[in-house]
Design a binder for this molecule. Structure first.
Ligand SMILES: [Zn+2]
Length: 123
């Protein structure tokens, strides 16, 4: 069975969400070692690193969002954002494409890669 494809931005967003969760978890572990100050400090710093990284990822989503194309999903008729030539609807995971030549073809992440674009311009 093929893996369910989900929107890229949704994927990155859930990654950032879990990073915050992980960071808080690690900081919480630090509290367990509050009698050993260096160990607690290590966990606290590590936890803050995860939270900091998550902030970077959220910032990256913001950057990516400026390059997305707003369209209305033909399947659920909600407005969604597309990143790249192929992406999935943010609401119903309906595969979407900007390229007429790719319509009807099997949905594949490879259509977003540079190598594929190069092959296509040569032919
Ligand atoms: Zn949809």
């Amino acid at each position: 069975m093929a893996l369910k494809y989900s929107s890229k931005i949704n994927k990155i967003r859930s990654f950032a969400f879990w990073l915050i969760f992980l960071g808080i978890g690690v900081m919480y572990i630090g509290l367990v070692f509050k009698d050993t100050s260096w160990l607690m400090a290590t966990f606290m710093i590590l936890g803050m690193c995860f939270v900091g990284l998550s902030t970077v990822v959220y910032f990256w989503i913001g950057m990516l969002s400026t390059r997305t194309i707003q369209i209305v999903c033909p399947s659920c008729e909600k407005p969604t954002k597309m990143l790249g030539r192929v992406d999935a609807c943010m609401h119903c995971d309906q595969p979407l494409t900007m390229d007429k030549s790719l319509e009807g073809k099997e949905f594949d992440e490879k259509y977003n890669t540079k190598r594929y674009k190069k092959q296509e311009t040569q032919s």
